[in-house]
Design a protein around this ligand. Structure first.
Ligand code: TSX
Ligand code: MN
Length: 598
């Protein structure tokens, strides 16, 4: 490549970095992305012509595409994800760590010449509304056109991001599928290099390197890598929070609107809750975001949340007009589908979309589907789509100040013990609730089925620093403002089962009843009783549900023996964080135990 730094942009640091990465990776071409619709269409056509994307039936799914990945490149890879802080203790017991200098040497070897025969795309993107002081600009260098298309849908990408950046600093991220091409060599359908795969974060440098995977969470660096792992470390240093939370606006029949954020581990239906169609007449829900929230203390002392993303990268299986009608409407057009099944008339299909599989399906492996050989759609198959297409896209979703939070909700998938809903006694108790989240694994997750996994704040795979320090940071956030300005904190559990193994709560749109109680609690308008674990509803609106009083009592029951056992499990888990485990949270655990024993 050339020696004189090229004037790619107005930002000198960015220009030098682009040249530096180009000379390391040695691509055949360099393309600076402007983020225009024309650029998107041009790149999509290139992929269609190469047989890597399939244009869906324009009558059924306008301007949408289907593709399938390499069978070994279908999910995030936690065992190959690294937090390379200078000190090992800053990464903590729940992250993989390598000494930064050593990791840099390894990355240098991996990336040396890795883009030969490919185009290197430079993708500037803004996480957060373009004019927001809370937004962070990233620049991803990638050799995957698929990544560019997804980044266009998921972020504010291209020219607007560069304009926001001006001469400021950005989070650099380098991504390669890890398959250089010799002169004239034909590319793979989905190039990837699973043996050498690694997703690496340098929290002090604020940089990201990702090699060998083309899959979403590993390759779209704005999402989990920047907006959670790097941003959580920035938030620790600057006094704000980067969280794995949906953000929704809820309006009462009286026209009063409040905002809530909610954290759930995977397979708990976060996207479904974010876009809920309430069953209760007169209530309205609008969606700010379905995955990530950045939370700052506002001038008025309240906590304000922005969604750093601009799109949804949602799990397809299980999504239907019954479970999430707004998602179904959102993905009607201009959507990329990855690893779902393809119908004979070039529409998409997945398990749970509605009833039986139609004849003539092409499976996610790109073959005629054989039902005896597993699901037609990969369980982690996805849709990528702009959030603006959501019919309930919140009017304040692009507000650069964010939206004021009245409630923060934690949840998990728990067959037993955890009641449908309860409220924390204080901010500290709420932080304890977040640290206590655990969830039963489902078929969609790997590992044993039905096993209880701790996932504090649903951040276990996404915290860019020591989880004990993270707990402390949450406690400190509560000190930054007056207690009455803080959102109240809740735990919910949609998944409690009766002794005969049936889900006790209808879930989905009926969850509006729980949100209504939370809504009213945040203004002291709903009755509650103080119990050992927190405030529980004494009256929940279950009109027209035909659930008996006895049933509701079971759903909200606090089984003291089971809870004491729960505290044993937590005490053992918290030991993992050693000296970094905040005394205040151990105190919350002790007090909970004492209240249960009383
Ligand atoms: O997303 C879910 N939510 C939240 C919705 C806003 N799911 C799906 C989880 C997998 C991603 C749920 N599953 C919910 C829920 O509230 N509840 C359940 C459990 C459940 C499943 C089926 C029924 C009831 C509860 N009922 C019938 O099948 C008729
Ligand atoms: Mn997520």
């Amino acid at each position: 490549m050339q020696n004189i730094p090229r004037q790619w942009t107005e930002n000198g640091t960015l220009n030098r970095w682009i040249d530096e990465i180009a000379s390391l990776c040695r691509p055949s071409h360099i393309h600076l992305c402007d983020g225009s619709d024309e650029e998107y269409d041009r790149l999509a056509k290139t992929l269609v012509d190469a047989g890597k994307l399939t244009l869906l039936n324009p009558a059924k799914r306008p301007h949408s595409f289907w593709c399938h990945s390499h069978p070994d490149d279908v999910a995030r890879v936690e065992e190959s994800t690294f937090i390379c802080s200078l000190r090992e203790e800053d990464s903590g017991p729940t992250n993989h760590w390598k000494e930064p200098a050593e990791m840099h040497r390894h990355l240098h070897t991996l990336f040396c010449g890795c883009m030969q025969g490919r185009t290197m795309y430079v993708v500037p993107y803004c996480m957060g509304p373009i004019s927001s002081l809370f937004s962070v600009v990233g620049v991803e260098i990638t050799d995957s056109a698929y990544v560019v298309l997804n980044m266009k849908l998921m972020t504010r990408m291209g020219k607007p991001a560069l304009e926001h950046l001006e001469g400021g600093s950005f989070v650099p991220g380098v991504h390669s599928v890890g398959v250089p091409l010799a002169e004239g060599e034909k590319d793979l359908l989905w190039p990837c290099n699973p043996q050498a795969r690694c997703i690496v974060h340098f929290p002090e440098e604020r940089s990201i390197w990702s090699y060998g995977s083309g899959y979403g969470g590993n390759a779209l660096l704005g999402k989990k890598c920047l907006a959670l792992r790097i941003a959580s470390a920035i938030g620790r240093d600057e006094g704000w929070l980067a969280e794995h939370m949906l953000i929704l606006g809820i309006t009462s029949p009286q026209g009063e609107k409040r905002y809530m954020a909610a954290a759930f581990p995977s397979a708990c239906g976060k996207t479904n809750l974010a876009m809920l169609t309430p069953s209760l007449p007169g209530w309205k829900i609008e969606c700010v975001g379905d995955d990530i929230a950045w939370i700052h203390v506002g001038r008025d002392g309240r906590l304000y949340a922005i969604n750093p993303e601009a799109g949804y990268f949602g799990v397809a299986p299980g999504t239907s007009m019954k479970t999430n009608p707004n998602a179904m409407r959102t993905i009607q057009k201009n959507t990329i589908f990855t690893n779902v099944a393809l119908t004979a008339d070039h529409d998409v299909w997945w398990e749970g979309i509605n009833g039986e599989a139609p004849e003539g399906l092409t499976s996610w492996l790109g073959e005629k589907w054989n039902p005896s050989k597993g699901a037609a759609a990969q369980p982690n198959s996805r849709f990528t789509v702009s959030a603006k297409q959501n019919p309930i896209y919140d009017t304040e979703a692009d507000n650069p100040q964010g939206v004021p939070l009245s409630a923060i909700i934690f949840g998990g998938r728990r067959n037993s013990v955890i009641p449908l809903v309860y409220e924390a006694l204080s901010w500290e108790h709420g932080v304890f609730m977040g640290a206590s989240i655990s969830s039963e694994t489902t078929a969609a997750a790997k590992g044993d089925l039905g096993k209880l996994r701790h996932d504090p704040f649903a951040m276990l795979p996404f915290c860019g620093y020591h989880m004990g320090d993270y707990f402390r940071h949450w406690l400190e956030m509560g000190q930054k403002t007056a207690p009455e300005k803080l959102p109240r904190i809740y735990t919910v559990n949609w998944f409690r089962k009766s002794s005969d193994g049936h889900y006790m709560w209808p879930g989905f749109g009926e969850n509006a009843r729980v949100l209504k109680w939370i809504f009213e609690r945040t203004a002291e308008e709903a009755p509650a009783q103080k119990t050992a674990i927190g405030y529980l509803p004494t009256e929940l609106d279950v009109s027209h549900l035909s659930l008996s009083q006895e049933h509701m009592e079971k759903l909200l029951e606090v089984d003291k023996a089971a809870w004491l056992q729960e505290t044993e499990g937590l005490a053992a888990y918290f030991k993992l964080f050693g000296q970094k485990m905040p005394e205040a949270l151990l105190g919350e655990l002790k007090e909970l135990r004492e209240r249960l024993e009383k």
